[in-house]
Design a protein around this ligand. Structure first.
Ligand SMILES: Cc1cc2nc3c(=O)[nH]c(=O)nc-3n(C[C@H](O)[C@H](O)[C@H](O)COP(=O)(O)OP(=O)(O)OC[C@H]3O[C@@H](n4cnc5c(N)ncnc54)[C@H](O)[C@@H]3O)c2cc1C
Length: 309
């Protein structure tokens, strides 16, 4: 139950001033909102409960020139132990899926992949099963152009509703999707929702595709991580070489110490086993430097660093 009049808040938003009606989370810590389980606080953190609140907090912070970090599922974020000197806007309460027609759904940005796939299975809508097991929100996956098994969400995106002070609808083309990248990473904005293309498919078929994907992922390292730390590397022919394989071939499986180490099972995962963000960053930098020395390859980070390191 919202404790204010939506119209009032809309007016506040237009005036770019008072957002006191949207509660901030005074106890916010990145460590409680990221899969790494690392990171300190923020100047202020909000978890808007609807799109009006999301626009209000974003618009207010922006009008004051504050730094803004939009946090989805926190599954690709490495936040500094000292925290972030700006405003965090978490999307985890912006959830919901709406069917727009036989081949389209609208998802609010904070919807997690697992409930999205449950919705698809229930309504016999296929085409997104490859996302099964990614511990992320729709907004985060779209922002990062995430995917698995050679498929990326860009192939399902029809349009993206972003707010950057005003609502803007970006077509898939406007999003300029490339490998693990989209325009939304370059502009200061919050993704509010996404229209995804889906296709009719039987519930049992969807279920078995999801189970297959989940079974394939079973071998991924356990423990706290951000998934793949580095982007795969394109060779001269435009083919991708696995960054994990490059790290492994440099003899770095298990490199690190008991607190923070390169996973021996999958060398693109760096596991946090009671360490700090500083220790993770030191290990990332060491791996990059050794790989550069031994192969000449400059690994690029996929993980998103937040705050000062
Ligand atoms: C165990 C594990 C397995 C993984 N497997 C995969 C995999 O198979 N494939 C894959 O692609 N990734 C994988 N990842 C990485 C991660 O899940 C993806 O990068 C995912 O897209 C991040 O989504 P998120 O919601 O957690 O975003 P976050 O980690 O919270 O944020 C990531 C980036 O997106 C931005 N962002 C998030 N939401 C919004 C929004 N609404 N508006 C604007 N910007 C936003 C953030 O500012 C940040 O820059 C894995 C991670 C883990 C921990």
């Amino acid at each position: 139950m919202l404790s204010y009049n939506r119209r009032q808040l809309e007016l506040c938003l237009r005036a770019g001033k008072n957002i006191s009606l949207v509660p901030a989370d005074p106890a916010f810590k990145f460590s409680e909102h990221t899969t790494y389980g690392l990171g300190g606080g923020a100047s202020r953190a909000y978890f808007p409960r609807n799109l009006i609140e999301a626009r209000a907090v974003f618009g207010y912070a922006r009008s004051r020139g504050e730094k803004i970090f939009v946090l989805g599922g926190g599954s690709d974020v490495l936040a500094s132990d000292g925290g972030f000197g700006g405003v965090v806007i978490g999307t985890q309460k912006l959830t919901g899926v709406l069917r727009l027609g036989s081949g389209k759904i609208f998802c609010l940005a904070g919807t997690k992949i697992s409930p999205l796939l449950s919705y698809c299975q229930k309504h016999w809508l296929g085409g997104l099963e490859y996302l099964a097991g990614i511990p992320a929100t729709v907004g985060g996956v779209v922002c990062m152009n995430g995917g698995a098994g050679g498929k990326y969400i860009s192939s399902n995106v029809q349009s993206v509703l972003v707010f950057n002070g005003e609502d803007v609808v970006l077509s898939a083309k406007d999003c300029n999707f490339t490998y693990k990248h989209s325009t939304m990473r370059d502009i200061e904005c919050i993704i509010l929702g996404v229209v995804l293309k889906v296709e009719p498919s039987e519930g049992s078929v969807i279920r078995s595709r999801i189970s297959e994907r989940l079974a394939n992922r079973w071998t991924l390292p356990k423990g706290r991580s951000c998934g793949c730390v580095f982007k795969n590397v394109r060779n001269g022919d435009g083919q991708f070489i696995s960054a994990g394989k490059i790290v492994q071939d440099c003899g770095l499986a298990g490199f690190g110490d008991a607190r923070v180490f390169v996973s021996p099972e999958h060398c693109n995962f760096i596991i946090n086993n009671g360490g700090s963000a500083r220790e993770v960053v030191c290990l990332i930098d060491k791996v990059k430097s050794i790989v550069k020395q031994r192969t000449g390859i400059e690994l690029e980070e996929e993980v998103v660093r937040v705050g000062e390191f």
